[in-house]
Design a protein around this ligand. Structure first.
Ligand code: PHB
Length: 404
């Protein structure tokens, strides 16, 4: 088998890249180890930045998101018995959309298959070969048969535990990591929303988050031991913990519902530099991981493949490699800023082992400052709705000046 771009991993990054390339007339094949059903039912985060929703709309895969996703204009920070609103739209002119990652995946799979795209599910035992050559190869097993895909480029979008990053020779990359001493216990429930907007709460017992998926399905999280297991928590114990961390003195209480899913999410920051070796490009979680507190994971993946699709388009149109050669640097500037934001939100909102009363007061003071100062609130808001894709604000200001 031969194709131009071999894409290893059928999550949002791989599928979206395949779709963007298709719109430019560039052929690709997506290999995914899981079955379509497993891929489409994996519960992940659900906050789409303004730029992510725009890209999905512009490229014709956003209709269901527009209909079923919920546009949120603000988020709340709760601490020290108060709840304060960050007016995202008022401060930045932008909003966010709540729409589950697996819904984005379903929309992309359907769009690719309807366009005749090749998405090979159940591709096991993937190995990458000849990455330093002009014809890299992907070997895999499917339906009991050994196969080889020869490509011009291989793109690794197979997540943190995937084979792609592990195929980089040791000497070419540097990995940066921070593990956090806690996880998030996440539940999905059937029931009405507790609020119209997200609530990020710092409590002496630890962090909690109220989010949503639809008018009927809600998503809630609370900070837990990183080694905890979903089975250790009865429904009663979960609700007791959520009430303790979230209910407020004015009588507001988190709405209970039927718990239909429980899981523990690990928390880590990770960046691999550079995001390229020879003809292999890494994108999304294969190259970087952020803790979910900033809601950045899928948005970073989308930003990576947008940059990469431009580079590949330029290459196939003219043979030029300038954009491809700048891929890693362009993406990493944004990745590091999103890593900083996610780390900062995580630090401000969680209790760390050994934290003393002074540390807690520092966190409360920081939240008080962030919600009380327009400058500080704007800083949070512009990161939360998503930093610009590629350029710094000075370059943007110059462009605006020369356009007017
Ligand atoms: C979610 O709805 O799953 C969610 C929302 C906000 C976050 C993380 C996860 O920061």
């Amino acid at each position: 088998m031969r194709t131009r771009v071999g894409i290893v991993g059928g999550g949002p990054a791989g599928l979206l890249l395949s779709h963007l390339l298709h719109l430019r007339g560039i052929e690709s094949v997506v290999l995914e180890a899981r079955s379509r059903e497993d891929l489409e039912s994996e519960i992940r985060a659900g906050v789409l930045e303004h730029g992510t929703t725009e890209l999905l709309m512009e490229t014709g895969v956003g209709d269901r998101m527009r209909r079923e996703g919920a546009v949120h204009r603000s988020v709340n920070l709760q601490f020290d018995g108060r709840r304060e609103r960050i007016d995202l739209e008022g401060l930045t002119g932008k909003t966010i959309t709540l729409y589950g990652q697996h819904e984005v995946v379903k929309d992309l799979v359907r769009t690719r298959l309807e366009a005749g795209g090749e998405v090979l599910f159940g591709a096991k035992g993937i190995e990458l070969r000849d990455l330093g050559s002009e014809e890299p190869k992907v070997r895999f097993l499917r339906e009991g048969e050994e196969r080889e895909l020869r490509c011009d480029f291989v793109v690794g979008t197979d997540g943190f535990h995937g084979v792609s990053r592990k195929s980089l020779p040791d000497r070419v990359s540097t990995e940066y990591e921070r593990r956090y001493p806690f996880g998030w216990f996440g539940i999905l429930i059937e029931g009405p929303p507790s609020t119209e907007e997200l609530i990020y709460a710092l409590h002496e017992r630890g962090f909690a988050l109220v989010s949503t998926r639809s008018p009927e399905i809600q998503r809630l999280y609370f900070q837990c031991d990183p080694n905890d297991e979903a089975g250790n928590w009865s429904d009663d114990r979960i609700w007791a913990e959520l009430h303790a961390r979230l209910d407020t003195e004015d009588g507001w209480t988190v709405n209970e519902g039927n718990i239909i899913h429980k899981n523990v999410v690990q928390m880590r920051s990770f960046v691999c530099e550079p995001m390229r070796y020879g003809r292999l490009f890494l994108a999304g979680d294969a190259a970087h991981i952020v803790p979910p507190t900033g809601a950045k994971g899928m948005n970073l993946a989308v930003a990576d493949v947008r940059v990469l699709s431009r580079g590949l388009t330029e290459f196939y149109a003219s043979g030029e490699t300038e954009l491809l050669d700048g891929y890693s640097e362009t993406c990493l500037r944004r990745v590091w800023k999103a890593s900083r934001f996610s780390w900062w939100m995580t630090s401000m909102l969680h209790r760390f082992d050994g934290d003393d009363a002074f540390q807690y007061r520092m966190q409360v003071a920081e939240l008080d400052y962030v919600t009380g100062s327009r400058a500080a609130a704007t800083s949070l808001a512009e990161n939360y709705v998503g930093l610009p894709m590629e350029r710094g604000f000075e370059a943007q200001a110059k462009e605006r000046a020369s356009a007017s």
